[in-house]
Each structure stands twice: as structure tokens, then as C-alpha cells.
Ligand binder design. Structure first.
Ligand code: HEC
Ligand code: HEC
Ligand code: HEC
Ligand code: HEC
Ligand code: HEC
Ligand code: HEC
Length: 332
């Protein structure tokens, strides 16, 4: 037999051997058991551990997260898109918490040509100043605009009732005589309504404010908010005893999206912080950091701040000029 024929036969033999081995290796044990199309294999597949679960599965153990998630914008984004396949969690270990949210969130939210607007998009260069998205957005309740409370109060009626009840702590013109208590003059009316309602309902608590707020009815809250929003807040800019305002200004970039460049924000649901006493600002920031004062946005913002950062930020914002937003009319 010529040599090249022998080589050809050998090659064919090897090819068949490889094909047989592959068939043996790649075919499921049950292949012939259920017939060619495995049409009867449902029982076998059903017996496997599920890899993916639904939000309802998570609900049984993570009730709080689930409630927050299902009441907000991301309810169309399943838990496992961000946390990975359940795969037998919790028995088989913890699920990962996404480490780099700038990567995760921009999968859906980075503005790019031709991308449909069904997923609200942002321009990364102008948004977030290089920070992780969860500094400001709660991934389970991402929308920030917040609920802007309606304001339709009567400033004069607020003025008649305020002096007796609030002046001892917040000053007769809304400028507090005590450095650890907040000024109210010139604050956004919608924020004042929101926070007073929170003290009243118990969503926010403070040993001094809670009992006061519980005595107010809705109309009184409206009137007081309208009154204080319209007052001039010309407290002399305060100089902090500790803290470096220049270092604070650099850090304040991280606050500008919500509180404005100099502590006067544009969203009336969120507080102005310009011109508050540095001691009050320090206490407020530490309360958020310790979880004593709860807010989904501020909680994320302050998590990484050191005591020095907080003192510096307070020094900066305390030195900023406070301007009345409502110009006496009580509109937010
Ligand atoms: C049977 C109860 C149970 C179910 C169902 C469950 N989990 Fe968990 N999960 C746990 C427990 C227990 C832990 C561990 C908590 C710890 O050790 O801090 C955990 C931890 C986690 C963590 C990590 C928290 C951390 O601090 O590291 C994530 C994320 C998580 N679960 C997401 C999910 C998601 C998403 C689902 C639904 C697909 C889900 N879990 C379903 C019980 C459950
Ligand atoms: C859009 C992405 C996204 C979705 C959807 C999502 N998560 Fe998360 N989840 C995150 C991120 C990011 C964190 C880390 C947040 C942080 O550190 O504040 C987190 C944190 C958690 C934690 C750990 C909290 C902690 O601080 O220990 C649990 C538990 C969790 N998620 C459960 C769920 C469950 C259950 C669902 C569905 C009902 C869900 N998540 C949906 C992104 C998501
Ligand atoms: C799988 C895609 C997906 C991922 C990942 C995702 N989102 Fe979303 N997000 C959506 C969709 C879809 C909506 C709109 C839901 C609706 O309101 O109908 C939305 C809504 C939002 C909104 C509300 C916008 C508005 O004003 O209506 C914000 C803010 C947001 N996402 C931030 C984030 C952040 C921060 C992360 C990362 C932790 C993230 N998203 C991850 C799909 C995604
Ligand atoms: C410094 C705080 C901050 C950080 C960090 C941040 N955002 Fe935002 N984001 C905001 C504010 C404030 C708004 C609301 C703007 C408004 O209402 O005009 C917003 C709005 C959005 C919206 C809704 C836009 C719309 O048109 O409805 C999306 C989506 C969003 N952010 C995604 C992201 C993503 C993704 C990241 C991470 C890359 C991120 N954000 C980081 C503050 C932040
Ligand atoms: C006994 C002293 C006291 C009295 C009286 C008082 N407050 Fe307060 N108020 C406080 C303190 C202290 C805080 C700061 C609480 C904190 O740090 O969380 C505060 C906070 C507030 C805030 C939140 C301000 C912000 O910037 O977050 C508002 C609004 C407010 N008070 C309105 C009123 C009104 C209106 C009255 C009168 C009906 C009143 N307070 C009476 C002590 C008082
Ligand atoms: C994503 C939006 C957002 C960002 C970013 C943000 N804040 Fe806030 N901040 C809020 C909201 C909302 C409140 C009101 C919380 C409440 O109702 O208790 C608040 C409240 C505060 C208060 C309490 C004000 C008062 O009158 O009681 C201080 C102080 C404060 N923020 C400082 C900062 C500083 C400093 C930064 C930057 C390091 C910052 N915030 C970044 C949204 C934000």
C-alpha cells in the first residue's frame, strides 16, 4: 500500500476516534433516556437548583430593601441585575455588593448618541464630579428630586403665633441665639414644611423639636414655614473656631449638586446651609454619620467624611452669605 494511502487511513481512524470520544464526553447521561429531543426531561431540569430568583424570593429575608426598591424607580431593575445570580444564596454564601457603581450604573445611564431615553441618562463629565453614584443616589430608591411639599401658608398668621413658641430657641427673627441650634430665616419654605411634618410624625426626632412639632397642626406648620422663609437672614457670617474654610471649599464640590456652590440650593425640598452656625453644621453632619438623623441621601454623603473634613466643611458653609429665598412672599 502506498504510504500516502496509509496516512490517509490513519487520519480517518483518528478522526472517528475523536468523534466518538467527543460524543461520549459531551452527551448528557440522560440523553437516550428521554429520547432524541429530551422532551420528557422536565422533571430532571426541575430538580436542579435554580440559578436566578425573583424579587419575591429576596423579600422573605430582606424585607426592608425590598419594600424600598418596590416603591421606587428601580422596581423594573431586578435585584439580581445588580447583585448577581442568587445561586443558592444564602446557603452558598453572601451575594456581592457592587463595588464600582460608576461602572454598574453607567451600563444603563450614560448618555450616548442613539440611546433611547426610557432609561434617564446623564452626562458623566458634568454629573457626579468623579464620585461613586451611591454617594448621592440610594440604589434601591434612586430618584432624588424628592417630594416638594406644597406651601400655601399665611405669613402674618405665622408671625402672630411664632414669637411665643419658637423665638426662645430660634430667635425672634429666625436667627438662633444658640450656636448649636439652627437658623430658620430665609430657609426654603418647602423644606421647613417637610421637616416640621417629619418631626410631627416621628420620622425625624429631636428631644427639643419633637414635642414642639407635635403641638402644631398642618395649617400652623404652613403658616410658620411661610413666615420664616420670608425673613431676611442677615446673621453676620460666622467664623469657625476650628476648621479650615479653604479646605472646606474644596470638599464642598461634593455638596454642590444639592446645596449649591455656596450653600444655597435650587431644590426647595432640600435645605440651604449657608450661614448656619458652624457648631450646628458639625452636629448635624455627625448626626447623619452616626445614623441618629436619618436621610437616605445625606447618609451616603457623610459616610466617608472624617471629623476634620466635617469641621472644614462647616467652616466653609458657615462663612457663606445667607440670602432669603422667598423675598417675603413665602413662595419656595
Ligand atoms: C433565606 C433568607 C435570604 C434570602 C431569600 C435572600 N437573602 Fe440575602 N442575605 C441573607 C443573609 C442571612 C445574609 C447575610 C447577612 C450578613 O451576614 O450580614 C444575606 C446577605 C445578602 C447580601 C450581602 C449583604 C452584606 O452585608 O454583605 C446581599 C447583597 C443580599 N443578601 C442580597 C440578596 C438578594 C438580591 C436576594 C434575592 C435574590 C437575597 N439576598 C435573598 C438571607 C437571605
Ligand atoms: C440598581 C442596582 C441595585 C438593585 C436593583 C438592587 N440593589 Fe441592593 N445594593 C446595590 C448597591 C450599589 C448596594 C450597596 C449600597 C451601599 O453600600 O449603600 C446594595 C446593597 C444591598 C444590600 C446590603 C446592604 C448593607 O448595607 O449591608 C442588600 C441586602 C441588598 N442590596 C439587597 C437588595 C435586594 C433584596 C434587592 C431587590 C429587592 C436589591 N438589593 C436591588 C445595588 C442594587
Ligand atoms: C439595568 C439598567 C439599570 C441599572 C444598572 C441602573 N438603573 Fe437606574 N434606572 C433604570 C431605569 C429603567 C429607570 C427608570 C425607571 C422608571 O422610572 O420607569 C431608572 C431610574 C433611575 C433614576 C431616576 C431617574 C428619574 O429621575 O426618573 C436614577 C436617579 C437612577 N436610575 C440612578 C441609578 C443608579 C445610581 C444606579 C447604580 C446604583 C442605577 N440607576 C443603575 C435602569 C437602570
Ligand atoms: C454629588 C451627588 C451626585 C452624584 C455623585 C451622582 N448624582 Fe445623579 N443626580 C444628582 C442630583 C442632585 C440629581 C437630580 C438633578 C435634578 O433633579 O435636576 C441627579 C439625577 C440623576 C439622574 C436622573 C436624571 C434625569 O434626567 O432625570 C440619573 C439617571 C442619575 N442622576 C444617575 C447618576 C449616576 C449613574 C451616577 C454615577 C455615575 C450619579 N447619578 C452620581 C446628584 C448626584
Ligand atoms: C426648646 C427649643 C426649641 C423650640 C422652642 C423650638 N425649636 Fe425648632 N429646633 C430646636 C433644635 C435644638 C433643633 C435642631 C434639632 C436637630 O439638631 O436635629 C430645631 C430644629 C428645627 C427645625 C429644622 C431646621 C433645619 O434647618 O433642619 C425647624 C424647621 C424648627 N426647629 C422649627 C421650629 C418652630 C417652627 C418652632 C416653634 C413652633 C420651634 N422650632 C421651636 C429647638 C427648638
Ligand atoms: C444628593 C443630595 C445631597 C448632597 C450631595 C448633600 N446633601 Fe446635605 N442634605 C440633603 C438633604 C435632602 C437634606 C435634608 C435631610 C433631612 O430632611 O433631614 C440635607 C441636609 C443637610 C444638612 C442639615 C441642614 C439643616 O438645616 O439641618 C447639612 C448640614 C448638610 N446637608 C450638609 C451637607 C454637606 C456638607 C454636603 C457635602 C459634603 C451635603 N450636605 C451633600 C441632600 C444632600
Amino acid at each position: 500500500m502506498p504510504k500516502h494511502i496509509a496516512r490517509l487511513l490513519l487520519l480517518l481512524a483518528l478522526f472517528f476516534a475523536a468523534a466518538l470520544a467527543a460524543k461520549w464526553y459531551f452527551t448528557a447521561d440522560s440523553f437516550y433516556q428521554f429520547g432524541h429531543y429530551r422532551g420528557q426531561s422536565v422533571t430532571e431540569i426541575a430538580a436542579q437548583e435554580p440559578v436566578y430568583q425573583t424579587g419575591r424570593y429576596c423579600e422573605t429575608c430582606h424585607e426592608e430593601r425590598h419594600a424600598q426598591w418596590s416603591a421606587n424607580n428601580h422596581k423594573s431593575v431586578s435585584c439580581e441585575i445588580c447583585h448577581g445570580a442568587a445561586q443558592g444564596h444564602p446557603e452558598n454564601g453572601k451575594l456581592p455588593i457592587p463595588a464600582d457603581t460608576r461602572k454598574l450604573c453607567t451600563l444603563c445611564h450614560e448618555r450616548m448618541p442613539g440611546r433611547p431615553a426610557t432609561q434617564p441618562q446623564v452626562d458623566l463629565a458634568q454629573h457626579s464630579s468623579g464620585q461613586q453614584c451611591i454617594v448621592c443616589h440610594n440604589p434601591h430608591a434612586p430618584k432624588l428630586a424628592g417630594v416638594v411639599a406644597k406651601v400655601a401658608g399665611d405669613a402674618a398668621a405665622g408671625a402672630r403665633t411664632h414669637a411665643a413658641r419658637c423665638a426662645s430657641c430660634h430667635g425672634k427673627d429666625g436667627i438662633s441665639p444658640n450656636d448649636t441650634w439652627p437658623n430658620l430665616a430665609g430657609q426654603h419654605a418647602a423644606y421647613l414644611v417637610g421637616i416640621l411634618a417629619a418631626y410631627k410624625s416621628g420620622a425625624q426626632t429631636d428631644v427639643m423639636m419633637s414635642p414642639v412639632a407635635q403641638t402644631l397642626n398642618d395649617a400652623e406648620i404652613q403658616n410658620l414655614a411661610t413666615y420664616y422663609a420670608g425673613l431676611r437672614c442677615e446673621a453676620a457670617p460666622r467664623k469657625a473656631r476650628v476648621g479650615d474654610a479653604v479646605a472646606g471649599k474644596a470638599l464642598s464640590q461634593n455638596c454642590a449638586a444639592c446645596h449649591g456652590d455656596a450653600g444655597i440650593g435650587s431644590n426647595p425640598a432640600w435645605p440651604n446651609i449657608a450661614g448656619q452656625a458652624p457648631e450646628y453644621l458639625v452636629n448635624a453632619l455627625k448626626a447623619f454619620r452616626a445614623g441618629l438623623r436619618k436621610d437616605p441621601m445625606m447618609g451616603g454623603v457623610v459616610r466617608g467624611l472624617s471629623d476634620t473634613d466635617i469641621a472644614n466643611l462647616a467652616a466653609y458653609f458657615a462663612a457663606q452669605k445667607c440670602e432669603p429665598v422667598a423675598k417675603g412672599k413665602g413662595t419656595p
